[in-house]
Design a binder for this molecule. Structure first.
Ligand code: GLV
Ligand code: MN
Ligand code: MN
Length: 469
């Protein structure tokens, strides 16, 4: 991720994007959020000062959501699980209290609507996801939902009316950790999924996405048949933690995302011959784990070579059968996750890994079986939406830079329905998908100010453009 971002920083495109002419916008840390009664009233476009985003309130919301977790380290609140639904219900209750009307779409995405002055205007949206990986942190996705809650609260408190309706969204099932495929809820909203896909993606217990949805009362066929309608939306902004260390290292407050990486995910099954570890001579074995070990290194080596600068390839899951000290491993299944901002290179890398692992398996007399778990293309986010983020940051005197995202995001899918932009806030030590994930509430509050100002500016400018005012 950081390699990718540095490469982009060196292209000079960030300079062209920055009204201040600097690659990283303002060089100092972002304006600290103002809180409480001493905060000045914010103008409808944020120009007369940032909305007084409350860091303690943001921290409280994150804390409460973090409590909705399976046992074990960190947060485990998997895609399409009862715990994820509880988190959505908590979000819904907060949004109702902030004056919104809450609905749940057929895919399980929770949508809180704040009406606009114009009855026929399409909506401006913001939000992210509430599910987590196994033993993840409390910030990935959740931060963008809590940011949406904070924006709704701030607008209600300041009695700010918008021309467009605002929709605050908690997407369902963004993490690929459970089923392999990322962004399930937003993919359905974008009309990019199918019943076949929902039936074929299975978790480690063999439960399909379709089964998991049905168990929660959602009808997979109905979800596939009822995507969001592009005409209902004007634009969407997602705030998210960076999940890398570019912002922290540069002491920059927010990122404005230009590209979101894609991913190709494979499951490789290597079948060798299990046998006695003492009785079987070393030569002539068909040790599936020895072959799998080479596969791990092939993936790493390929992503590290100079032709793949910016590619990331990872074996994150490996299961060894029968998993006994005294038996040669007869079967191994392993996952490969290839991420890239170059769609061709992403797929060619995955194919090259398979080709090389096949050669290893042939040499070791191991049978290789390959299954495509998921395949998502990288996405270029529209420049004009990004400019609302960079302009908002610039006007609030918040430092920013334009950067790529190494991770997948709901905005990647929603961009197919309506133009989308992303605001990143720093991740401590660049850590994510682990319990140590951390972003200071003050840093999130600064991001919320940029998000709110960006939404209000979109509201004003798109209204003018449409001749509504
Ligand atoms: C989503 O968090 C991803 O794995 O990119
Ligand atoms: Mn996320
Ligand atoms: Mn994630």
């Amino acid at each position: 991720m950081s390699v990718t971002s540095e490469t982009r920083a060196a292209t000079g495109r960030t300079r062209a994007d920055s009204p201040t002419g600097g690659a990283a916008g303002r060089s100092k840390r972002g304006a600290s959020p103002r809180r409480g009664p001493e905060a000045p009233p914010a103008g409808a476009d944020g120009a007369s000062g940032p909305l007084p985003a409350s860091a303690p309130r943001i921290a409280d919301a994150l804390e409460e959501l973090a409590g909705l977790s399976e046992g074990g380290p960190g947060v485990t609140r998997l895609a399409y699980s009862p715990l994820e639904r509880q988190a959505h219900e908590l979000f819904a209750s907060w949004m109702r209290a902030a004056g919104c009307t809450v609905t749940v779409d057929p895919a399980g995405n929770t949508i809180a609507t704040r009406p606009g002055r114009s009855a026929d205007a399409p909506a401006l949206g913001t939000g992210s996801h509430l599910d987590s990986v196994y033993n993840g942190g409390r910030f990935d996705g959740i931060t963008g939902v809590v940011a949406a809650v904070e924006v709704a609260r701030l607008l209600a408190e300041a009695k700010i009316e918008t021309e467009h309706p605002l929709r605050f969204v908690a997407f369902a099932g963004e993490e690929g950790a459970r089923f392999g495929q990322a962004c399930l809820g937003s993919k359905l909203a974008a009309g990019l999924s199918s019943v076949a896909e929902l039936n074929s993606r299975r978790d480690r217990d063999g439960v399909s996405v379709a089964d998991a949805m049905s168990a929660l009362g959602f009808d997979p066929a109905r979800a596939v048949a009822n995507p969001w309608r592009p005409q209902d939306w004007a634009a969407f902004l997602e705030l998210h933690v960076e999940q890398g260390s570019v912002l922290e290292r540069g002491q920059i407050s927010v990122g404005a995302v230009d590209l979101i990486s894609g991913s190709t995910r494979l499951e490789l099954t290597l079948d060798g011959q299990a046998s006695h570890t003492g009785g079987t001579p070393m030569r002539g074995r068909s040790d599936a784990l020895a072959a799998a070990s080479e596969a791990v290194l092939i993936a790493e080596e390929l992503a590290l070579d100079t032709r793949h600068r910016g590619t990331r390839a990872t074996v994150g899951r490996l299961e060894v059968y029968p998993g006994s000290i005294t038996t040669i491993p007869g079967r191994v299944t392993l996952s490969v996750d290839v991420r890239d901002i170059d769609a061709d290179r992403q797929r060619l890398t995955a194919a090259e890994i398979v080709r090389r692992v096949q050669a290893v398996c042939d040499r070791r007399r191991v049978r290789l079986d390959v299954r495509l778990l998921a395949d998502t293309s990288p996405v270029v986010l529209p420049v004009w939406v990004r400019r609302f983020i960079t302009t908002a940051a610039s006007e609030l005197d918040v430092s920013y830079r334009v950067m790529t995202s190494g991770a997948s995001h709901d905005a990647q899918m929603i961009n197919r329905i309506t133009p989308a932009g992303m605001v990143f806030v720093p991740s401590r030590a660049g850590l994510s998908h682990v319990p140590e994930e951390w972003t200071a509430p003050d840093e999130i509050a600064t991001g919320v100010q940029v998000l709110a100002a960006g939404l209000l500016r979109l509201d004003r400018d798109l209204t003018e453009l449409a001749g509504r005012r």
